[in-house]
Design a protein around this ligand. Sequence first.
Ligand SMILES: Cc1ncc(COP(=O)(O)O)c(C=O)c1O
Ligand SMILES: N[C@@H](CCCC[NH3+])C(=O)O
Length: 430
Amino acid sequence: MTVVIDRVWPHTAGRTEGELTLGGVGVRALAAEYGTPAYVLDEKDFRARARAWRDALPGGEVHYGSKAFLCPEIASWLAEDGLSLDVCTGGELAVALAGGMPADRITFHGNNKSVAELRRAVTAGVNAVVLDSFTEIERLAEVARDAGARQRVMIRVTPGVDAHTHEFIATGGERSKFGFSLGLGLAAQAVARVLAEPHLELIGLHSHIGSQLLDLEGFKMAAGKMAAFLVECERRHNVRIPGLDLGGGLGIAYRADDPVPPSPAELTAVLHDAVSWLDTPPVLSVEPGRSIAGPTTVALYEIGTVKEIPGVGVYVSVDGGMSDNPRPAMYGAAYTAVLANRVSDAPERPVNLVGKHCESGDVLGWDMPLPADAQPGDLLAIPASGAYQRSMANNYNHVLRPPVLAVRDGQVKVVVRRETEDDLLRLYPR
Ligand SMILES: Cc1ncc(COP(=O)(O)O)c(C=O)c1O
Ligand SMILES: N[C@@H](CCCC[NH3+])C(=O)O
């Protein structure tokens, strides 16, 4: 077996007689047994990345950002491996609990949690609810009072740091819908309000400046501002605020020539530095999602048609598309695709890789190099497909969402099964 050393592939990726293998399983067998499209998740790779984060923050907490991708199996791996989890809806909370993640290791985010979601969080006994608005402070205080509880909370602060990323995934600027603005004094007001609430216990401050960040400057600035704000609050109110959660956001390489992202240890060193001047530094936590899940998973498709339009170009259509990966359409995200069932000596040519949806914007990549003899029936693999793909999948055109197949040491475990037409039809009362 030749190992695929290119860093955008999961650790166990290799080629056996030309066929791509992941976790010791060949893609032809996967496609034959489970069909395509499918997401193939390298369990060892996922767990190694999760543990690398945990080890990079000794004495702190690593909450996996479950929006990147969550299923009960993932929650159980994280629980076993000593990580915590962040959720931002009742649905994510239910899946995390179903996977055996202890409630007291779950942090509940979101800018519009319903009363029902807050009740569920309080009765389940989550580690903390991250407060995002004045409405929510009142709402949660009432829910906690009714439950006879004192709920641990953090306050989400927008520190006024404009992260270098797509504007749709930047969250740290003053105009963000998330959190309380530091610069406008709203964060300070929120702290005062929470401290005056007997049913809320302030355990920390939180910020998250954005996602797919490839340099550490934004993290450094946010951590510095948050540390200064934390001491200012402690002094003003004569209290101890024990925790500082600096969110997720570390980016990944999607293509072989993308910049190498900083490592978890490089990032946590910057965060430690930012708080080291405090007399009693807070316990730090982080919430990496993409940097754990993203590189671990490969999207597997089958080519259905190849259309050559003279003077225009070539369209290669696969059996999924924007319903299982909306990222190219939403953010202009760029990927690579490789022939997976075999290798080819044919020269490469640029093709437009498109899905099967009734939409011209249903494109997985413009001008992607593929061997000129790639043809219907061939399998294509797209690496770095583990974050914000299956978790953002939808049923546009009543297309069925793909399964997630965890592979390890030659074994396959279906951790999310393929959706069926029965699943779809069950939605419609008859
Ligand atoms: C509050 C919060 N924490 C963590 C994350 C995870 O971010 P990422 O997947 O970029 O690490 C997000 C998403 O950006 C988020 O909104
Ligand atoms: N969905 C975005 C990331 C959103 C981050 C969630 N706060 C992406 O695919 O890049």
